[in-house]
Write a new protein. Structure first.
Length: 94
């Protein structure tokens, strides 16, 4: 296998950087605010908007924390940015 084939694509690298596995279980929480009195369509729309907003905020927060803590964290499992050179994730916050 060539090194290019072994390296993950940009989407997979971004998902690893924002540590999706550490916060994905929070994304369905907006569903807790849905009442049975609302029409199903508007309830699903509200839940989808809430889940997308929660995912965006959590991804940004975890990415910002990873960039900030990359010099202090020693474990790659805790912070994926520790194994990348600083120039590799310079544009990640943009």
């Amino acid at each position: 296998m060539t090194p290019a084939a072994a390296s993950p694509g940009p989407a997979r690298r971004w998902l690893r950087r924002v540590r999706v596995t550490q916060w994905a279980h929070f994304v369905p929480l907006p569903a807790a605010g849905i009442s049975g009195a609302e029409p199903v369509g508007s309830a699903l729309l509200a839940m989808t908007r809430g889940a997308l907003a929660a995912a965006a905020v959590l991804a940004w927060g975890y990415l910002l924390n990873a960039v900030h803590d990359r010099g202090m964290d020693l474990d790659d499992a805790k912070n994926p940015l520790t194994r990348e050179p600083p120039a590799a994730h310079r544009g990640a916050l943009v």
